[in-house]
Design a protein around this ligand. Structure first.
Ligand code: FES
Ligand code: FES
Length: 421
């Protein structure tokens, strides 16, 4: 990848020199654009279309591909505010463009009104056409009060650019009509267009995307010099409260010593201590057949010894096309018999690791923090870090514990319901 320098805040990187007028179809071309509010730069063959860049190079798999001939509309995205078939646009045609995909429309916790309406009106079954339907209907209604003033009887023709093989269209049309009726002043804008890290699925040299936070793509991007606060909605949040037998001052002594703290992190390895309370490290996680080895930076950005609090930002990427960022707050409080250690973390996942889903990512992360707390306790009590395995945590163990925890959590509720009948 050729990195593009001189990034404009919030927009695509500025190109240092003009692009050649003609290139061969297979020749790599640098393309800079803004996708869902994040400036990205990719280096791709000239013949690659926008949908493949979104899906394979930026990990935005919400844009679906059906016909790849401009017929089905599944791949519809917004380019500079207008609906476009991403399978019919070469990526190089999008130099400097503002692209919004279905991921930019909203999040599971903060859905756009169109997404809410599709759900409420059963406007999807298999969901394959849904991203195209959402982006097409967004384009249709997005013209201020005139856009949402559309008459319901116009919708069948206006929405005919995207094909659905499941629903019979009635739920889809009802959803769009509902949103139009409830927003006479105009359609609300996208809700998830904040800077974030974008990493493709395939990894390797063809993947070349960077978010505003500067998290590296694998292989050919120099590690970032500093760790930034992640932006946008997290993939998962974790809150773990652990009761430790060690006194709070001994627990804090472990947290305040990054070498010992890193040894308490399951599967983590401290590689280098850098100026500015920064640390370069590696962390390995195995989930079933998938083994992820992240390398990146961590930085202590807040440290309050009197209150035994600290905040750590971390970011890393693995060679398989996954990237993580974390905003972690640790707080040790004195408690009868020892210490309560609280770990609150926001996790931001992209690329392959994001495919595990927020629930599994949250549960596994929670388990890792519990292991971390146990290791902190042992280190605080014994003065040595001995208990955390050097290798990756066992995925099987994690998943078995996870299933057990879910079953335990389910049983009392089941019994309670049964008893009330
Ligand atoms: S995949 Fe683009 S129109 Fe069918
Ligand atoms: S919901 Fe299955 S194709 Fe539309």
């Amino acid at each position: 990848m050729t990195q593009l320098e001189d990034r404009t805040a919030g927009g695509p990187p500025r190109r240092p020199e003009p692009r050649p007028d003609r290139v061969a179809a297979g020749e790599l071309v640098e393309v800079a654009m803004t996708v869902n509010g994040t400036g990205v730069a990719v280096s791709v063959p000239a013949r690659v279309h926008l949908a493949d860049v979104l899906r394979d190079h930026l990990g935005l798999t919400g844009t679906h591909l059906g016909c790849e001939h401009g017929v089905c509309g599944m791949c519809t995205v917004l380019v500079d505010g207008a609906a476009a078939r991403a399978c019919l646009l070469f990526a190089v045609q999008c130099e400097g463009a503002e692209v919004v995909t279905v991921e930019g429309l909203g999040t599971p916790d903060d859905q756009h009104p169109l997404q809410q309406a599709f759900s409420a009106h059963h406007g999807l079954q298999c969901g394959f056409c849904t991203p195209g339907m959402l982006m097409s209907s967004y384009d249709l209604l997005d013209a201020g009060p005139d856009g949402t003033a559309i008459a319901p009887e116009e919708l069948p023709e206006q929405m005919s650019g995207v094909l659905c093989r499941c629903t019979g269209y009635r739920g889809i049309l009802a959803a769009v009509a509902d949103v139009a009726a409830h927003h006479p002043d105009g359609l609300p804008g996208p809700r998830n267009c904040a800077g974030r890290t974008l990493v493709g699925r395939g990894g390797g040299r063809s993947t070349a995307a960077r978010g505003e936070e500067g998290a590296p793509a694998p292989d050919d991007v120099a590690p970032p010099a500093e760790v930034r606060v992640p932006a946008g909605a997290p993939s998962a949040t974790v809150e773990v409260r652990s009761e430790l037998a060690a006194p709070v001052e001994q627990v804090w002594a472990v947290l305040d010593d990054f070498d010992r703290l890193a040894r308490c992190l399951p599967g983590a390895e401290l590689l280098e201590v850098l100026p500015g309370d920064r640390f370069r490290g590696r962390a390995t996680v195995a989930l079933g057949p998938v083994r992820l080895s992240f390398e990146g930076l961590a930085q202590v950005v807040e440290r309050e010894p009197a209150d035994h609090r600290m905040r750590v930002l971390a970011q890393g990427a693995d060679a398989g096309g996954s990237a993580t960022q974390a905003d972690i707050r640790l707080h040790a409080e004195p408690a009868p018999g020892g210490t309560v250690l609280r770990a609150d973390a926001e996790l931001f996942l992209s690329g392959r690791v994001a495919q595990f889903g927020r629930a599994l990512a949250g549960d596994v992360s929670r388990r890792l923090f519990e292991q971390f707390a146990a290791a902190v306790e042992e280190t605080a009590l014994t003065g040595r870090a001995t208990s955390v395995p050097a290798g990756p945590p066992s995925a099987l163990r994690l998943l078995v514990d996870l299933v057990r925890a879910r079953v335990r959590g389910f049983l009392p509720r089941s019994r309670g319901r049964g008893g009330n009948r």
